[in-house]
Design a protein around this ligand. Structure first.
Ligand code: MG
Length: 374
């Protein structure tokens, strides 16, 4: 297939480069090299055992952070290709966007953030950047993965102004109210498309939500009734999958059309114009409304389902008790996590806990707290 000619406002090369200068890669682009480094990182492999909504041991068919990240990359690349933007950059950002997530999904992140409130807090987007900038220790010449600026900027999706001010160049867009590249904007919304749709699929599979409940959600019901009309005798699993795949398709199509309109209205000539423009990658206002309804449904019926709440409460307790044990007595830490430098120990403990998989955190908690360990 011939190389796609990128749009003039696409990120074609890394303008801001890498922190540590390296010879240009041969046979692959700079962003392909970033993607490859991310795939070979240990944080990436750990995503397999980190919760998206369902804790990893609850079932083999639910999404994990790893399969979620791969779905985000797939959706993001499809959108980027259609808009003549840089697919490789989108893929790199997508595969890295959740590297900083704690075990146990949002419950784990919120608990760690509350444990860290007197020590600078804990933000998972910032932690993803910290993983690729500092925590991965794999290369001889530098800490981290030494990724391109544009990849790092995309990974740092959100950030408090207080933290942005300490990050140097990659934080300045938050302070100056500028936008990241279109590739980063795409990945952000591809993330949303992926989790809204796979949470419906996982929610139905788990039995925590039902097709009857979902009939109140327009985005779902419209597709479901079309599928039912065309295939009246479809088994339920297939019915669900066919409906969800159509939902993804109409959201992706809507996003592409609206973004094309925004681009032709705003006429960016280059990446710099994109940074100064309002966000250009967007859904139509109708789709925004439909998405809002869907998200509200998921929040009320899935994320706050009592069985999910029980799991979240246990998860919070594990994170809190690990944090308290380690900050209370650093001799309990594996030696590689003990630091002598004053003021750095608590952050190191947060890094240790954030890096744990669900099952590692459960085991570590058991090792510390079980009266009789087996
Ligand atoms: Mg995500």
């Amino acid at each position: 297939m011939p190389e796609i000619q990128l749009a003039p406002y696409a990120v074609s090369i890394s303008k801001h480069g890498r922190k540590f200068a390296e010879p240009a890669p041969s046979g692959r682009s700079e962003f392909q090299r970033d993607r490859d480094r991310i795939i070979h990182s240990s944080a990436f492999r750990r995503l397999e055992y980190k919760t998206q909504v369902f804790v990893n041991h609850e079932g083999d068919l639910f999404r994990t952070r790893l399969t979620h990240s791969i779905e985000v990359a797939q959706i993001g690349r499809s959108i980027a290709r259609r808009l003549a933007l840089n697919e490789d950059l989108v893929e790199a950002i997508a595969l890295a966007h959740d590297l900083g997530h704690t075990p146990f999904g949002h419950a784990g992140q919120e608990e760690l953030n509350s444990c860290m409130k007197d020590h600078g807090g804990f933000e998972h987007n910032l932690q993803s950047l910290r993983v690729v900038d500092v925590l991965e220790e794999r290369y001889a010449a530098f800490d981290g993965l030494n990724l391109c600026f544009e990849t790092r900027e995309g990974i740092l999706k959100h950030c408090s102004l207080q933290h942005a001010a300490q990050l140097g160049e990659v934080g300045t867009r938050f302070l100056n109210d500028k936008r990241p590249s279109l590739e980063a904007q795409i990945t952000n919304l591809a993330d949303e498309i992926a989790y809204n749709n796979h949470d419906i699929d996982d929610g139905l599979r788990s039995g925590l939500i039902t097709l009857e409940q979902l009939s109140s959600v327009c985005l779902f019901e419209n597709q479901l009734s079309e599928v039912r009309a065309a295939y009246p005798n479809l088994a339920e699993r297939r019915l669900v999958h066919e409906t969800v795949r159509r939902m993804i398709n109409i959201q992706v199509t809507d996003l592409i059309l609206q973004t094309e309109q925004n681009i032709s209205a705003q006429k960016p000539r280059n990446v710099n114009d994109v940074r100064n423009a309002p966000p250009l990658v967007a859904f139509s206002s109708e789709m925004d409304e439909l998405n809002r309804e869907l998200k509200l449904f998921l929040r009320l019926n899935l994320y706050r389902h009592y069985q999910v709440m029980r799991m979240s409460t246990k998860a919070r307790r594990i994170v809190r008790e690990l944090f308290q044990a380690f900050t209370g007595d650093k001799r309990l830490l594996p030696p590689q996590f003990v630091v002598q430098e004053k003021g750095k120990q608590v952050r190191q403990i947060a890094d240790y806990i954030a890096g744990m998989t669900d099952r590692y955190a459960i085991r570590e908690h058991r090792r510390l707290f079980a009266v009789f360990d087996d």
